[in-house]
Design a protein around this ligand. Structure first.
Ligand SMILES: [Zn+2]
Length: 287
């Protein structure tokens, strides 16, 4: 999980530009009449996100597209404002979609750290919290696996995950992702979360929830398996008396410096510390 700079975009401006694409006069009038209320909710979102209290917003029940959510706007009206007037490339709202997508450095998904950004994820899902369907700070660039994996659940005090625009900086400055080497042939790795003991329990819980909800243990293991295959060949070339552990340790150190909790940092740290791996466990079984 990488924190991102908050989109510096006025929520009212995005809402109004998306609404400007609506051709039905009746629908456009209903959207315009609800502007003040939508803007007020956006301000409340900012305040609650800053104190990890987004779960205090009431959620919409599953389905019920015709139920009124804000003013005379239904849940379907609000989710459609996103799908039809912000995502579609022919609509003026699309410019904001593209701007938010660009907040992810190098186009990498800030959630898993290795997928390619291909969509915007609603931090509070649009089906449960339709009032925030075009709110910039509720839209997070993500890869499709993370977007799908996050689902559309109701947020409560227990299942919170870090918000990339609001989370405590410690998730990036302190190590919490670790790996262990399995002495198998070929070698494999298992990832786990070990939050620093100094963290408040709520922060530790958010990071642990995030790791589970996005199924990162198995997704990181897949990335690691491919890395271990190439590494096996490379280490085979290095092995004449060279310090494999020192080499792996340097890779780990570099990774931890730049990408504190990447799967690669955790993996290389575990490899450098594994005497079994460095003494030959890295060799792949003969084909
Ligand atoms: Zn991802």
């Amino acid at each position: 999980m990488k924190r991102l700079p908050r989109p510096d975009i006025d929520p009212k401006e995005v809402y109004e530009v998306c609404v400007s694409g609506v051709s039905s006069a009746d629908l456009a009038a209903r959207f315009k009449a609800a502007t003040a209320e939508v803007v007020e909710l956006a301000q409340e979102y900012m305040a609650r996100a800053a104190t990890n209290e987004l779960h205090l917003f009431p959620s919409s029940p599953w389905g019920n597209g015709a139920s009124l959510v804000v003013g005379d706007l239904t849940k379907d009206d609000l989710t459609d404002l996103y799908s039809s007037y912000m995502v579609k490339s022919s609509q003026p709202g699309r410019a904001y979609y593209d701007r938010i997508t660009l907040l992810a450095p190098l186009g990498k998904c800030p959630l898993c750290g290795f997928g390619q950004v291909s969509t915007l994820d609603h931090f509070l899902s649009k089906s449960r919290y339709p009032s925030f369907s075009v709110l910039p700070v509720n839209l997070v660039p993500a890869c499709s696996d993370c977007n799908t994996g996050k689902g559309a659940g109701v947020l409560d005090a227990e299942n919170q995950i870090p918000h990339p625009y609001f989370e405590d900086e410690r998730i990036e400055t302190e190590s919490w992702l670790y790996a262990s080497v399995n002495e198998t042939s070929p070698a494999t790795a298992t990832f786990s979360v070990v939050p620093p003991g100094s963290w408040p329990p709520e922060l530790a819980k958010r990071v642990t929830n995030f790791f589970q909800e996005l199924d990162l243990a198995s997704r990181f293991a897949v990335e690691a398996a491919s890395e271990l295959t190439s590494l096996s060949d490379f280490l085979g070339l290095l092995e004449t008396g060279q310090q494999l552990s020192g080499h792996l340790g340097l890779v780990a150190q570099t990774e931890r410096t730049h990408r504190k909790n990447s799967w690669k940092a955790a993996l290389y740290e575990a490899l450098a510390e594994s005497v079994w791996y460095c003494k030959g466990g890295y060799r792949r079984p003969a084909a």
